[in-house]
Design a protein around this ligand. Structure first.
Ligand SMILES: *[C@@H]1O[C@H](CO)[C@@H](O)[C@H](O)[C@H]1NC(C)=O
Ligand SMILES: *[C@@H]1O[C@H](CO)[C@@H](O)[C@H](O)[C@H]1NC(C)=O
Ligand SMILES: *[C@@H]1O[C@H](CO)[C@@H](O)[C@H](O)[C@H]1NC(C)=O
Length: 403
């Protein structure tokens, strides 16, 4: 009989091992055991509040207990065991023990245990994950305006995130491709400093443009933490010439203004006439070329050269002097168009008024007929309404008659 007893002893030992393992690894949940406590894992940001809930399906009035990551008891039923004002009782019933931890710190992360003191003791664990909230991103690398065509490298950094934050670059709504984030663990804690570099070749259109660095992190809503850097770009003038009027007439005075879009503003202007001298009655005063009296002999192409120390830009204007009696055609056309549009609007409004008027008259008639029909042979108000609704075809007949 010694032979069969050996395997059975082995059996019991392994069964015990399994039971012990099950008791230790209480993540094994007995769905069919109404006394098995149930918990859930939680994620919370630093400074936030987390609620730990432990429930059993049925109670035999055994006490429930929560203990922390260091196996110190926090609450035993309603009784507080650890002096920490951040930890409060949320709810205690025979089937539930819930507690809250406020102002959560990174050190609060770990496994919390809920136990119920049945025979044997049953336990369940809840893992609390604490998110390190990234700091506001800081952009560096731009100190002074740079000439058009130069490269600018911006660096964005955000400190203290856990898990590491992701940094994104934008110019307006357009996302830009930066270099991959550099993630550095902070020496005295579980958080990370993250940085990203963006290199741009700037053009004149980047002058006054805003480059944004935004932090992407599970502890933040999109756009919560971002920083902006305005770019200043030095570029040579882009020149346009603006005439004083669209109708230069012979014998009248006239002027041309040289507009140079540049950073910095243009400092010098030079006026020229293509294939010839400037007319004797034309006088250049900085950005403006004055004609004291126009003459058809002034016709030609006028050039303005503007410089700002970065470079020069040139614009041109073709002057075509009109007869002294010439009339502006463009404004006449404008008046005709406006007159036409007003006439059409007034016509449409009149039509609408007529249609609306007829519609109102017809419907007033229908309403009167309805009222009369419903109350005709009804003993009370309710019946009158029912009659009115039911006898719709009758009302229809009457309406025709009324019109
Ligand atoms: C639990 O306690 C309540 C009151 O203290 C009692 O009425 C109830 O019978 C108890 N239940 C069990 C299962 O012991
Ligand atoms: C992370 O950033 C903090 C705050 O700026 C700084 O004090 C610390 O030295 C940085 N740590 C690393 C590893 O870069
Ligand atoms: C325009 O100039 C010509 C000669 O240059 C002159 O004869 C003429 O009278 C001028 N016309 C006007 C309107 O001044």
């Amino acid at each position: 009989m010694a032979f069969p007893s050996a395997p059975s002893a082995l059996w019991s030992v392994s069964l015990l091992t399994v039971l012990f393992a099950a008791a230790v690894h209480s993540n094994v949940v007995y769905d069919d055991d109404p006394l098995q406590p149930m918990t859930s894992d939680e994620t919370v940001s630093v400074g936030g509040t987390v609620t730990l809930t432990c429930r059993v399906a049925e109670s035999d009035n055994s006490s429930l207990q929560w203990s922390n990551t260091a196996q110190q008891t926090l609450y035993f039923g309603e009784k507080r065991a650890l002096r920490d004002n951040r930890i409060q009782l949320y709810r205690s019933t025979p089937t539930e023990l819930s507690i809250t931890i406020a102002d959560v710190q990174l050190a609060d992360e770990g496994e919390y245990t809920c136990s119920i003191f049945t025979m044997p003791v049953r336990t369940a664990r809840a893992t609390v994950t604490v998110l390190g909230v990234p700091g506001k991103p800081q952009i560096s690398g731009f100190e002074k305006p740079v000439p058009e065509g130069d490269k600018v490298t911006l660096t964005c950094t955000s400190t203290g995130s856990k898990p590491p934050a992701r940094l994104r670059w934008y110019r307006g709504d357009e996302e830009l491709e930066g270099r991959p984030d550099v993630v550095e663990p902070v020496t005295d804690g579980p958080t990370y400093n993250v940085s990203s570099e963006l290199t741009l070749t700037v053009s004149s259109s980047d002058d006054n443009a805003f480059i944004t660095c935004a932090v992407d992190h599970p502890s933040l809503a999109p756009g919560d933490k971002r920083s902006e850097q305005a770019l200043r770009v030095l570029f040579s003038p882009k020149v346009q010439i603006q005439p004083e009027s669209d109708l230069p007439r012979e014998g009248e005075k006239f002027s041309l203004r040289c507009l140079g879009d540049a950073n910095p503003e243009p400092t010098s202007y030079r006026w020229e006439k293509k294939d010839g001298e400037l007319p004797s009655l034309a006088k250049a005063e900085g950005a403006v070329l004055h004609f004291s009296m126009l003459n058809k002999s002034d016709n030609g192409v006028y050039l303005c050269n503007a410089g700002n120390g970065i470079g020069n830009g040139q614009g041109e204007y073709v002057l075509l002097v009109q007869d002294p009696t010439a009339m502006s055609t463009s404004s006449g056309v404008d008046h005709a168009v406006i007159g036409g549009v007003v006439a059409v609007i007034v016509f449409i409004l009149l039509c609408l008024l007529i249609v609306l008027g007829r519609y109102l008259i017809r419907h007033k008639g229908t309403y009167l007929t309805h009222e009369a029909k419903g109350s005709d042979d009804a003993p009370d108000a309710d019946t009158a309404i029912i009659n009115a609704e039911g006898g719709h075809s009758g009302a229809e007949d009457k309406k025709e008659y009324f019109i």
